[in-house]
Design a protein around this ligand. Sequence first.
Ligand SMILES: Cc1ncc(COP(=O)(O)O)c(C=O)c1O
Length: 390
Amino acid sequence: MPSFQLADRIKALPPYLFAQIDKVKEEVRSRGVDIISLGIGDPDMPTPDFIIDALAQSARNPANHQYPSYIGMLAFRQAVADWYKTRFGVELDPKSEVITLIGSKEGIAHFPLAFTNPGDLAIVCTPNYPVYTVTTEFLGGVVKYLPLTDDNDYLPDLDSVTSDEWRRAKMIYVNYPNNPTAATAPDAFYEKLIAIAKEFDVIVVHDAAYTEIYFDPANKPRSILEFPGGKDVAIEFHSLSKTYNMTGWRIGMAVGNPTLVAGLGKVKENMDSGAFQAVQEASIAALQQGEPYAEQFRAIYKERRDVVVKALREAGVQCRNPEASFYIWSKTPAGFASSAEFVTKIIQETGVVLTPGNGFGAPGEGYFRISLTVDSERLKEAVARISSKL
Ligand SMILES: Cc1ncc(COP(=O)(O)O)c(C=O)c1O
């Protein structure tokens, strides 16, 4: 038998966080325990019917059965540009400043291939969505982490990076509303980041996947492209996944600086063949008519947030009351040596699946994340089960 060796870069990967949790979950489920899964950030509500109807109609068009364009249909990119104009007041040229993605994860993962050489530095705010670091590390790049903590209100200390490091840095990854901490960023943060990025020619990668899950309409999360100079330095990744409950559809977009968008396009041209056109056409409908539905989803998440924050606090668990996203970032209760120990005990003894904070990076130790992706009654039940073990 031949013996096939994985490449060193794959051997060096830590196990994907959710795969590990799934293993424990399956073991518990096999014992007949009723699982309440608050682990992964995957909306439980279905995609609105009008989007499904649009897909069904588009799927019947033979023109959509052929290879799509790798950068996406112009009609979809135009719909993205129109949506950015309406939502953020940002002008985008659909031809050069918008690209279709097969979900934003795909674009985030591919992006460094366009701009990173071995030895280049990427600055990553952490705890973080794990995909930010993977490709840089595959490419022999170096990652510098900037911790997000309660003390800095989950905003990276940009002054802690030396001028020399800024000069070496190729890109910095920021994500607001943030996964996993649910933090949001004030205007002054973006303004400062853009100024530094301009001074040192650093690419800002802004992951904006959660901008539409907010709870105060007077304080909506912002696109980095709204700020003067944003388009000079930034590429912003966005997605229909969380806004319209479309995680399974695999559709997203990258927008912003045309050189950065074109670089990503070059990679995609060589690595994939674009998103199914019927999905793009259904997504045009979502972007054009989805706002009333997004509003309903926000109301549901708000109610769930209120239920969980109240119940956790009554149980003596400290947590943030987030203004956006569908996550609750909570302190691991006293008496547990680590977040992983706490989370493992809770899964094994109650069937409630949580995510240990350090799974998103070392500064997440001492915290756990709850996803508000089950209904309020189940959330109450979940927190009651957790409290019974404290
Ligand atoms: C912060 C963040 N960015 C991006 C994504 C990827 O979303 P998608 O690939 O479905 O667009 C996720 C998914 O969980 C996420 O949490």
